[in-house]
Design a protein around this ligand. Structure first.
Ligand code: NAD
Length: 404
């Protein structure tokens, strides 16, 4: 039982039972409002035609419009988007924003397409999606392999359909096209805010040692902002290697170097220890941050983990079986639905700014995010303390109570 959908459904069932909900109420929480499937024929540059499957899962709009990303990846299918949209409904509820859960995408590797083909495929998807979405109905955003430029093409298709300007239909736009300041670092920043609060509740001190799997956008911002709080980042990994310095890496410098291209293995230099990429799991540290891929921690590597707190920055980075092992060992997990909610919260701020015409500064956004996540983490910690639960179960309870 390792699919995101199975895990999310399992957690909702357990939470519903803890909260004494009826079987009907639990099944109503699990069932998506709808999942649409499109077939998109694309004329390639050489005149041949290829057909791509595309989906949008709208899980819940009980608290506000469906909200969640659109990814372009060969593994996209109906079950994956349904699982991810279910997690989004829980995430927006935990975060305390008036939005629901959605997710979608196209089963394609965009690297196989020319720029013109990518635009034609994106626009075909945007035209099909248009009748199902809108600022008050469903507000998609970028996700794996999609970005502000792709959101621009999709928005253009929606606006042609609606016959009006409607920038609040898509978030994750470039700042010049109505995007929000503060989106780039939002997920990493949110992870640090939540982790700091959980550390305090666990009495783990202010200067923990940290290892990070995945040094991309989320992992590198987590490292930089954690470092600013005095946390010692002793190992980071990417798909090429793990680099270590027991005295603390210079995370900001590494992130700048990585932003210029290149893998950690290439940029590490001779003064850092470089090992296999999966060594990151066994680093002796207080906090292990998972910021790479789903299902990274499995029954095969879970017993390597020495950290006291594991932070889920990727979605569903721990399989259900491995998660049970961590719980039995007394390792605490900062759940994805709380730890990585910073991104969707700032997407919500973008939507609010588009609807009101306001423009918030980077400082405004960071302050609002801090307050929002502080409140969300407090609710999770309080539920965990009152009902003697781990943070993941507590987070699901907080969300389910709001959704019913
Ligand atoms: P990214 O593509 O910028 O970075 C991913 C990093 O993981 C890269 O450095 C890559 O080399 C590394 N990686 C890949 N496979 C690895 C492996 N086996 N071992 C170690 N490292 C590996 O992506 P991102 O935006 O930083 O997102 C990271 C994760 O967080 C993804 O799972 C994403 O779905 C999730 N997430 C992202 C956001 C967001 O706002 N960006 C929000 C919520 C969740």
């Amino acid at each position: 039982m390792n699919s995101i959908l199975d895990n999310a459904v399992g957690q909702i069932r357990e939470s519903g039972q803890r909260l004494h909900l009826s079987e009907l109420a639990i099944e109503q929480l699990i069932a998506p409002a709808g999942v649409v499937h499109f077939r998109l024929p694309l004329e390639k540059d050489d005149g041949s035609v290829e057909i791509y499957d595309a989906y949008r899962s709208q899980h819940s709009d009980k608290l506000g419009p469906f909200k969640g990303g659109l990814r372009f990846h060969p593994q996209v299918d109906a079950e994956e988007v349904q699982g991810l949209s279910t997690l989004m409904s829980i995430k927006t509820a935990v975060a305390g924003i008036p939005m629901g859960g959605g997710k979608g995408g196209v089963a394609v590797n965009p690297k196989d397409l020319s720029e013109a083909e990518l635009e034609r495929l994106t626009r075909a998807f945007g035209a099909k999606l248009a009748p199902y979405i809108g600022p008050k109905r469903d507000v998609p955003a970028p996700d794996v392999n999609t970005n502000g430029k792709i959101m621009g093409w999709l928005l253009d298709e929606y606006e042609q359909f609606a016959g009006e300007d409607a920038p609040a239909t898509y978030t994750g736009k470039a700042v010049e096209s109505g995007g929000s300041e503060g989106r780039e670092d939002a997920t990493g920043r949110g992870g640090v805010i939540v982790t700091a609060q959980l550390l305090e509740s666990m009495n783990l001190g202010d200067n923990p040692t940290v290892a990070i799997q995945g040094f991309g956008n989320v992992g590198s911002w987590f490292a930089r902002l954690g470092e600013q709080r005095g946390w010692k980042i002793i190992a980071v990994s990417d798909s090429s290697a793990t680099v270590h310095d027991i005295n603390g890496l210079n995370a900001a410098e590494l992130a700048d170097q990585k932003a210029n291209g290149g893998s950690l293995k290439d940029i590490a230099g001779s003064e850092l220890k470089v090992t296999d990429r999966d060594e990151v799991f066994s680093v002796d540290c207080d906090i292990l941050v998972l910021a790479a891929l789903e299902n990274s921690v499995t029954k095969d590597n879970v017993n390597d983990i020495k950290a006291t707190l594991v932070v889920e920055m990727a979605n569903n980075p721990i399989t259900a079986e491995a998660y049970d092992t961590l719980v039995k060992r007394g390792v605490q997990v900062a759940p994805d639905v709380l730890a990585n909610a910073g991104g969707v919260i700032v997407s919500y701020y973008e939507w609010q700014q588009n609807l009101s015409g306001d423009e918030w500064t980077t400082k405004d956004v960071a302050k609002k995010l801090e307050d929002q996540l502080h409140q969300a983490a407090t609710q999770v910690i309080d539920r965990a303390t009152d009902a003697n639960l781990n943070f993941k179960d507590a987070a699901f309870d907080v969300a389910i109570k709001k959704l019913v």
